[in-house]
Write a protein that binds this ligand. Sequence first.
Ligand SMILES: [Zn+2]
Length: 440
Amino acid sequence: MKYTPIIGLEVHVELKTSSKMFCRCSADYFGKEPNTHTCPVCLGMPGALPVPNKKAIEWCVKIALSLGCTINKESKFDRKNYYYPDLAKGYQISQYDQPFGEHGHISLKSGKAIRIRRVHMEEDTGKLIHQTIDGEKASLIDFNRSGVPLVEIVTEPDFSSAEEVKEYLQKLQLVVRYLEVSNADMEKGDMRLEPNISLSTDPKQLPKYKVEVKNINSFRFVEKAINFEIKRQEDLLTKGKTPQQETRGWDENKGVTFSQRVKEEANDYRYFPEPDIPPITFTDAEISTLRSRVPELQEEKILRFGREFSLAPYDAEILTRDRSLANFFEESVKVGKAHGINPKQIANYIINKKVDTSTQLPASLVKNIVIATQTTQVDETELQKIIDDVLTENTKAVEDFKNGKEASLMFLVGQIMRKFDKKVDVNQVKDALLHKLHGN
Ligand SMILES: [Zn+2]
């Protein structure tokens, strides 16, 4: 029996707003002293009133627009009720049936489009830290992360391999980085990934079960976890068993997934509209204003670099992997124009020399290219003398060349060039050397 993997993905992206989602506490909590970025709102005190962060909502809408979503003109926040020690209120403010964005997509290189079901806004929870203190095991809670704005991006189950998931994630990461709404730094937990995986004998039909793997924080691990699950489920199905509907965790040390919670039925979070926050509405004009603030994204940039600068898609792709690198390249093109350096030369130089654009200015880059391409004509007599010296020192290579070994010629050219303390024209050297070797 042949099984097709059916994979969907939920991604949480932490926004880098200066304040939290519903209070004025600083959202810049990473590495800070525990419980120093808190107030009655994000500590979940009874009666404390949440006030939505306008910037976070705008950024969520910008993400949704960049992913081709339709923006709902009427949205609201809902309470998602569940209990966990890191959730002081006993509910999380999220969005249920009226998310900010719906029906978007990301296209993969193969041309396949991964449909995005929804893009919604919610708040992060606190963080549990398990430690041994004075020889006793203890669980500590840090509420600095509680209430930090999160955007959740949910796809349809459109992926059929771990490689497709990885490509999608790289594109999504680039979109949020281009928008400058999140650092999307995996190590700091800015992006958290939850794939759901099942196998089907009929790709058009969804299986009756689904396995979710929770909270993965690296692209490499998500790939490994998916491949592990495909294999595990395939083994069960081959033995005539049906995998359980469950939530699993990923053990990065052992490289395996493990069962966390078996779901008998769908969770009932008793969602209801958040009574402390009025519904949120967008006019057409507001949506177009936000759309106009979405910068040119990578895909459009690659096409434009091809059109304007005749760059190959491969080079354009490398130069647009980072928005600041793309800007640096364009600035350098402007400077280069005045010095007779073309965009292709600049692209090659940046890519081949792996130029660190954070420590250089476009002007100095162009200057370096000018120097690198500049050659000096050398005095014929001086050249002849050096050629004679090199030929005397390298009789073996001369012999090899005369016996038809072409590579020896370039070796000799290299030896000659090394004897000059300036950059000389390689063609001049080569011509003179050939004349000499051919005896005229
Ligand atoms: Zn607060």
